[in-house]
Ligand binder design. Sequence first.
Ligand code: AOS
Ligand code: ZN
Ligand code: ZN
Length: 389
Amino acid sequence: MTAGTSKDAVKAALTTQALETPSWAYGNSGTRFKVFAQPGVPRTTREKLDDAARVHAHTGVAPRVALHIPWDKVDDYAALAEYASERGVTLGAINANVFQDDDYKLGSVTNPDPAVRRKALDHLLECVDIMDATGSRDLKLWFSDGINYPGQDDIRTRQDRLSEALRTTYDRLGDDQRMLIEYKLFEPAFYATDIPDWGTAYAHCLKLGPKAQVVVDTGHHAPGTNIEFIVATLLREGRLGAFDFNSRFYADDDLMAGAADPFQLFRIMYEVVRGGGLTSDIAFMLDQCHNIEAKIPAIIRSVMNVQEATAKALLVDADALAEAQRTGDVLASNAVLMDAYNTDVRPLLAEVREDSGLDPDPMRAYQQSGWQEQIVKDRVGGEQAGWGA
Ligand code: AOS
Ligand code: ZN
Ligand code: ZN
């Protein structure tokens, strides 16, 4: 903590934090080997919103819910937004899906076939229509497009097709709407993904204009990548639009944020705080799947992990760090960061929650709320929602 950063200022910053949870994390999910269905899982988007509202009620910092089209397709999106607000949450990013259709085998907006490209583009435009109805600010674009073999298609031409689709979609955005472009190193394409890295996403954003921003999904990099460096760079350039937080051990594991490498999450949040990102327009989203653990408590735990990393980042003594860096004291500089990281911030966060009238222990509060037993009892019959359904 700097001389000028009081405990109250840290607490105030933590209270204003707003995370966005993904609708698909509340539904069943799995690997390509098996989906282990859980009792009580939502059958409809409204039920996903009910669960998301519980997460917000216990944590106080998860007021938005990202939707995925078509998994969250409904007849009346304005009514859905109304339903959400009645439960104390709002609808966040609209995630487009141009990866789950047979037509997209060779790509969506980069497909060699103009008819397939048109179909994909129409879906992106439909997502903007939905944003108009839900009042969502962000259109989140992740493309599974890419090629498996050298020579399969022309890398450069695919970039031209991508660029064209992004331009048409960008031009359709309203004044207060944004386009978030997500990159991913590989999978499902294995030789060359069309947006494999932040540089490619950034280059497209630069050409498009200020409403195009990059999404950093923490699971989408090669092992050993210094993600906080990317965060610092995008923030400096004013192009960090959002995070998809999750943990990874190997590839796109989508485990609970802060579970595999809490130190990395702290380093990322430090760069966010350092770059003024905490009070910016960055959308702090989770993009996770809870395949074997209970979903609502897993999301509460993830939210708490992001909060803890944020609290530690806010506690870095900026003055001491600047002084140690100015004098070239390598060990002292590193010690300042490590002191903050090694601080037990759980009592501070408990205070923050109590100050807002919440139970200091969201996990316990959820377990005692009876919600889990209720949904297991109520949500019988019908098809349980799942990743891809
Ligand atoms: C895919 O790997 C991505 O992380 C996307 O963010 C994707 O849109 C999300 O998982 C929901 O489909
Ligand atoms: Zn993602
Ligand atoms: Zn992913």
